[in-house]
Design a protein around this ligand. Sequence first.
Ligand code: ADP
Ligand code: MG
Length: 431
Amino acid sequence: QVVNYAPFTLLPSAVPRALFEQAYAVQQDFNLLVDAISQNKEFLEQTLASTIKVDDFTAQLFRIYMQVLEEGLAQTVFLGINRSDYMFDCGLDGTAALRQIEINTIAASFGGLTSRTADVHRLVLKVLGKTEEASHLLPNNPAKGLALGIAKAWELYGSQRAVVMFLVEEIQRNIFDQRCVENELWSRNIRVIRKRFRDVFEQGSLDASRRLYMDGQEVAVVYYREGYVPQNYDQQNWEARLLLERSRAVKCPDIATQLAGTKKVQQELSQPGTLEKLLPGRPEAVARMRATFAGLYSLDEGEEGDRIAATAIADPDRFVLKPQREGGGNNLYGEELRQVLEKIKDSPERTSYILMDKIKPQPALNYLLRAHSPLQVSECISELGIFGVYVRQGQELVLNQAAGHLLRTKAIEHADGGVAAGVAVLDTPYL
Ligand code: ADP
Ligand code: MG
């Protein structure tokens, strides 16, 4: 096997302190919101109705969701691990505003590796003789925070013998990120196993009360680091997913929470009145969340969709066109956006996308260090992610926290793409 170091910036990047604090301050609200959506069948049904007609992947997830609800949930403890991502939009007067890019509700990664990046940057600053600056870098340990949530869910599940199962990809490129979280669990004397969908298909079973067993070993928590893109599934893997969802085990996330993280749901949340309906009696939380939203637009069939599609075709650089996909590299920009929209503008396929205002951050210079790549200074922009973790038992929320942050930086030539896609690299905020 081949091991490479994870790519990182040579230097920490400047992040406005007020926006960093704003992102932390709104994370518990977003945890509450995602959890509320996951329990709101009517909202998910209505919001995704148009999408599932044209997007097969979302439709298949939705079918499993409905099937599990019809049978009745065996799961009573719920664990959410998400990451809300932001960019700093630069206004005409030069002031920056926090703008949410998306919330990842499944397999939000790099909480492990980024628990080490502040140490790297502290060292680099010291080597450069900037000891004072080095002391300003904040401690950050999402691995510990995520493990805390998993451990809490494991404990509430209530079986000492049961294990935590990481559901992982066939080819594991980001294993060390996961190991950081895994090791935190072992240090709490919680056993962890790593399995793929195909192992679940071959070895997984449910007993009469729908407890999940892998080759005779009871599973308390299933932590998905896979299962968020169509390529992760064949017929067997879909069957394995259904088995897991039907089980009593705590899924992180359950399928409803995965659906809550779709781009279509994000777009619907920006509609006037939606947040208020989802979180009645919480006007402050609603205001904090709304303050981070960028313009989001439905491309559903009808006059409104026609109008915004025409606006985007006329001025494509103002927007990003997003399909219902995760993992980076799927969005469309500029000329490509225009061409695709022209092609699908009168077809139902348009409904499988949403439109979003393009965020335009102020670039800064940095070096991106990547294995086997030449070293050069690049103009860069950054994306800040805040990890959220929460645990609910029945109707009672027993844990709701921000669990640390992630800063990813990329050269401005790349419109899209994260660290796994080979575009962005790990960074540390310098407030
Ligand atoms: P994915 O689920 O594929 O990660 P994202 O919505 O996070 O989808 O988009 C992927 C990347 O595209 C982001 O990391 C960001 O770099 C860029 N991006 C997404 N939305 C915008 C936007 N509104 N403005 C500017 N860049 C964006
Ligand atoms: Mg993303």
